[in-house]
Design a protein around this ligand. Structure first.
Ligand SMILES: [Zn+2]
Length: 354
């Protein structure tokens, strides 16, 4: 079968599409014929490498996949009898043991064995991938493979921040940094679903209307305005001094301003640090203003099942910037790195869902 492989870290030149033997099919696992893969920034980190972190190379990237079951490993079909060969599935990207205290509490990312497809084991940028049967979510009829592949990491990460950690409530104001990124777009939609007012930031003017179209109430183009002044103006008009919640995965460039934007008692949730992870923190502000800082990675498969239902009902709508053939992984990576997208880039092995 054809698969993209990373043998060593580096630029796009380390991505090689080659003929490889299919992975073995252990008990309780399933081979999925991949139809679509949603790209995430995580895929870029896997290619580039992260100082101090080792990836199991060679590795096939691709975190969020959808496809059809092509083969069951021993015991797998009996464990999930509603699924058959040919069933459409969404593959939950988090891999964990399934039986420890963390897993059984719905805190899969805290499992000591937690890993992510395309990061700690082969992912979906391939003709097929092998996953534990417990990672499959049956594909609702209303969802295309492309949409299904656009849900996993962005929505799960955003859901954990907005719903589980910051516990956003109706009527609250939420600042969401980098409104054009996959996680932030998901966070905007989830905040609106929970009845919050959303202020977001975007890097270019053409993203303003797009951010409003997915539900943002106020959009600040941070490159040509002074973010803090703009936010203060908006809040003052509505009799507010700060936002109850800030969602920030940009990191060093924005973290201090996000924290300063919080009202007394505010909560800041973070799941990433794209612009750098070292910040200075004024502890006086943290305790005097009774702020909460909430860190998180990914989320539980249980929450992903709920999210997929909400997408199937049209209450959350993944935005796809463009769909490319699987052969164009390098172009997809370039687009992600240069931030020239608004929404997901999806790679497909074939055309539409049959
Ligand atoms: Zn576990």
């Amino acid at each position: 079968m054809k698969a993209w492989r990373i043998d060593q870290h580096g630029g796009n030149e380390v991505l090689k599409r080659c003929e490889v033997a299919p992975d073995a099919l252990p008990p309780m696992s399933v081979r999925v014929s991949v139809k679509a893969v949603g790209m995430n920034h995580l895929d870029v980190w896997v290619r580039k490498g992260v100082p101090g972190h080792s990836f199991p190379l060679p590795l096939t990237p691709g975190t969020d996949s959808s496809g059809v079951i092509s083969e069951f490993g021993p015991g797998a079909q009996a464990a999930f009898p509603t699924l058959q060969t040919g069933s459409g599935v969404l593959v939950s990207p988090g891999i964990s043991c399934g039986h420890c205290e963390a897993c059984l509490s719905g805190a899969d990312p805290l499992c000591t064995t937690f890993g992510i497809l395309g990061e700690t084991m082969n992912g979906g940028c391939s003709d097929s991938l092998v996953v534990p049967v417990s990672n499959l979510i049956p594909l609702p009829d209303s969802l295309s493979f492309e949409t299904a592949a656009s849900i996993g990491i962005p929505y799960l990460t955003a859901w954990t921040m907005v719903v589980r950690k910051a516990a956003v409530k109706p009527g609250e104001w939420v600042l969401i940094q980098a409104g054009g990124s996959g996680v932030s777009m998901a966070a905007i939609q989830i905040c609106k679903l929970f009845g919050a007012t959303v202020v977001t930031t975007v890097g270019s003017d053409e993203k303003i209307e797009k951010a409003k179209a997915i539900g943002a109430d106020f959009v600040i183009p941070y490159r040509r305005t002074k973010f803090r002044d703009e936010l203060k103006k908006i809040l003052k008009l509505h009799g507010k001094k700060g936002v109850e919640v800030a969602i920030d995965h940009v990191g060093a460039d924005t973290f201090s301003e996000s924290m300063r934007s919080l009202a007394w008692g505010g909560r800041l949730a973070t799941c990433g640090a794209t612009s750098g992870s070292e910040i200075s923190l004024d502890l006086k502000a943290l305790f005097f203003k009774n702020l909460s800082l909430l860190g998180t990675t990914m989320g539980s498969k249980g929450d992903l099942i709920r999210i997929v239902e909400l997408v199937a009902q049209g209450k959350l709508i993944p935005m796809i910037d463009r769909v490319l053939p699987m052969s164009e992984l390098r172009i997809a990576m370039d687009l992600l790195e240069t931030r020239k997208v608004f929404g997901k880039i999806v790679l497909t092995n074939e055309g539409e869902r049959e």
